[in-house]
Design a protein around this ligand. Structure first.
Ligand code: AMP
Length: 215
């Protein structure tokens, strides 16, 4: 199973993608998480990406494609993966198809998660993340058990992401519209797109996603 989860920031790609990958025994490849880890470790990649991420802008296609190329060759991704946050531009999608074709494999599907903008802004402003495992909580709708620490890492305090500040969220939504939304037509015209509404209880969204992905 090789799946792309597409959709605006805050729509639930991370939360639903993590569950899908875990339940299907596939690797979750989240480019945002990989970049945040690189920033935290102050690697050359992290130092290069930090400012762009803080401003809500995209890092270069070349850099991201190289990152995904390497990550998708790791052993846990051999039998399949769920891509969260990649591709984000048409050139990235073209590069992904080419990369998979080189390996004589292809995507099994692309699922677009949708939600209205005001809901996305509301969710992102109450989003908290575990800096260790990157599990995401929502202060209003899906808090951790004690509201402050990660359920899986009880010693670790949850943090808000720097790019979830209101002004940066607006920028990220603009960037999504201008650079990522064209992927909807790219995949739809290739007959590869399924749509799932990312609203309502998490379990219901997951059930719809799981059935869109198929077996
Ligand atoms: P995310 O966690 O997916 O919202 O990603 C956080 C930030 O990482 C984005 O706002 C971008 O700055 C950067 N990023 C993540 N994935 C990509 C990508 N595929 N292409 C370019 N930049 C990315």
């Amino acid at each position: 199973m090789r799946i792309v989860l597409l959709g605006p920031p805050g729509v639930g790609k991370g939360t639903q993608g993590r569950r899908l990958a875990t339940e299907r025994g596939r690797a979750l490849i989240s480019t945002g998480d990989m970049l945040r880890d690189a920033v935290a470790k102050k690697t050359p990649l992290g130092l290069q990406a930090k400012q762009l991420m803080d401003e809500g802008k995209l890092v270069s296609d070349e850099l991201i494609v190289g990152l995904v190329r390497e990550r998708s060759l790791e052993s846990d991704a051999k039998d399949g993966f769920v891509l969260d946050g990649f591709p984000r531009t048409v050139p990235q999608a073209v590069a992904l198809d080419a990369m998979l074709a080189e390996r004589s494999i292809k995507l099994d599907g692309v699922v677009l998660l949708t939600a209205p903008d005001d809901e996305l802004v509301r969710r992102l402003s109450s989003r908290w993340e575990c800096p260790v495992c990157r599990r995401v909580y929502n202060a209003q709708t899906a808090p951790s058990k004690d509201g402050r620490h990660c359920d899986d890492h009880p010693e670790t305090e949850l943090r808000q992401r720097a790019d979830d500040a209101v002004e940066t969220v607006k920028k990220r939504l603009e960037v999504y519209q201008s650079q990522t939304a064209p992927l909807v037509d790219f995949y739809r015209s290739g007959g590869r797109l399924k749509e799932v509404r990312g609203m309502g209880p998490l379990d219901e969204v997951y059930a719809a996603l799981s059935s869109a992905v198929g077996d």
